[in-house]
Design a protein. Structure first.
Length: 50
């Protein structure tokens, strides 16, 4: 999965705000500080420890 690693590093190096949509928790780990879960008619916010 070298491509995934390159993408993750490129996003991590970006100096700005990103909206990342992914179901891959390993990919999100270390990359995001907040996760918003949409489901069952509600939005749940999770911080850092996804």
């Amino acid at each position: 999965m070298r491509t995934k690693d390159i993408l993750k590093q490129t996003l991590a190096d970006f100096n700005g705000t990103l909206v990342v949509v992914s179901h891959d928790r390993d990919f999100l780990d270390g990359l995001v500080t907040k996760v918003f879960e949409f489901g069952r008619g509600k939005v749940t916010e999770h911080r850092e420890d996804i």
